[in-house]
Ligand binder design. Structure first.
Ligand code: 8DG
Ligand code: MN
Ligand code: MN
Length: 357
């Protein structure tokens, strides 16, 4: 058995952007439990514990060894008393009673079900829960609940993307559409599938063009083309085009594509009988070309990696990083590639598959 010796502990850095974290998680039994606690505090909108448990889970994911005893865990960064108690409980009993209680909780289960609908956040879910609603059929039957089109579609046939082969199939469809309307535009895969994940709740893409200023007209063109193909092999169920959000101000759209089963069956995904198609969430963002590297770094994730990257920039470097730019005081630091941004921050470069924090 591998022990958590002092030599190993000293190598664990406090920020996720300093730790190489692949999808090979050696402490899944602990991080799965922690992620239930993260989700619980997310759903009930309690910020402090959510952040603490997210950071602890991220540290455990990065460890090159499996925790077999409590020895040395007190030296791990971001792993506090509560997390250590949880680890101890799992080591001793094989499970956590707090986590099991949450998993069995009706409110947790219902909020989780409702927020699985695209466009439904904790507030709406809680409102429905307090109305006594417990299932999708009850929501759809309630005359006082108003669903927008996106939410209506979200309750029906949305499925997780099963593997990177399916993501590539979606990429082929999106790429073909983009080539039709804008032959000079480029589409690149980002998000979880760029990090080498096997599953995802959506497929994320960045669309760029070298023609200055044209990025803002790209997405309406793409959307228009997708809408023309309704009832062909692609079907656009719905979309929301958002220009302004807390995250960034580039043209974006969050779509639900309806794809023929055969196009996304790559990984042996069974198509539901009698349907022959499935719905897949797709995110597109179109930054100006000179900001491509910032958008790529910001959208590749993981979310914890991004949070820590921004926090590292702010706290350790007194710089400001977001999806658009990096600023040192008032000076903009240009970047052509992600490597340039890591270099500006004085961080070792992390490959996308090492950012699964
Ligand atoms: P998943 O889809 O497999 O669940 O994981 P993911 O690919 O890592 O997560 P994601 O929710 O698709 O988000 C990918 C990255 O995109 C994440 O680091 C956050 C980033 N992102 C922004 N702006 C926005 C935005 O406005 N909406 C969304 N949904 N994601 C955004 O930087
Ligand atoms: Mn994604
Ligand atoms: Mn996304």
């Amino acid at each position: 058995l591998m022990r958590t010796g002092p030599a190993q502990q000293s190598t664990v850095c406090p920020y996720a952007c300093q730790r190489r974290t692949t999808t090979a998680n050696k402490n899944k039994r602990f991080t799965d439990a922690l992620e239930v606690l993260v989700e619980y505090h997310e759903l009930t909108e309690i910020e402090g514990p959510r952040v603490a448990y997210s950071r602890a889970a991220s540290v455990l994911k990065s460890l090159p060894w499996t925790i077999e005893s409590m020895g040395g865990t007190e030296a791990l960064p971001c792993v506090g008393e509560k997390t250590r108690t949880l680890i101890q409980e799992i080591l001793q009993y094989g499970r956590s009673f707090e986590v099991e209680k949450i998993l069995a909780d009706e409110r947790y289960q219902t909020l989780k079900l409702f927020t699985s609908v695209f466009g439904v956040g904790p507030k709406t879910a809680d409102k429905w829960y307090r109305r006594g609603l417990r299932s999708f059929s009850q929501i759809l039957a309630d005359p006082d609940v108003q669903l927008n089109r996106m939410q209506q579609n979200g309750t029906s046939r949305l499925q997780r993307v099963r593997n990177s082969t399916s993501a590539r199939a979606v990429e082929a469809v999106v790429g073909e559409t983009v080539r039709t309307v804008a032959p000079n535009a480029r589409v690149v895969l980002t998000g979880g599938f760029r990090r080498g994940k096997e599953f995802g709740h959506d497929v994320d893409f960045i669309v760029t063009t070298a023609e200055p200023g044209r990025e803002n007209s790209l997405l309406p063109l793409i959307m228009g083309r997708l809408e023309e193909q309704v009832s062909e092999r692609i079907m656009l169920l719905n979309s929301e085009r958002l220009r302004l959000s807390a995250m960034d101000y580039y043209s974006k759209c969050f779509l639900i594509l309806k794809l023929e089963g055969s196009r996304v069956q790559g990984g042996g995904q069974a198509v539901p009988a009698g349907r022959g198609w499935r719905a897949v969430r797709v995110d597109l963002v179109a930054p100006p070309i000179e900001r491509f590297a910032f958008t790529q770094l910001g959208w590749t994730g993981s979310k914890q990696f991004e949070r820590d990257l921004r926090r590292f920039a702010r706290v350790e470097r007194n710089m400001l990083l977001d999806n658009h730019a990096l600023f040192d005081k008032n000076q903009f630091l240009a970047a052509v590639t992600e490597k340039d941004i890591f270099a500006h921050l004085g961080l070792e470069y992390m490959e996308p598959w090492q950012r699964n924090a």
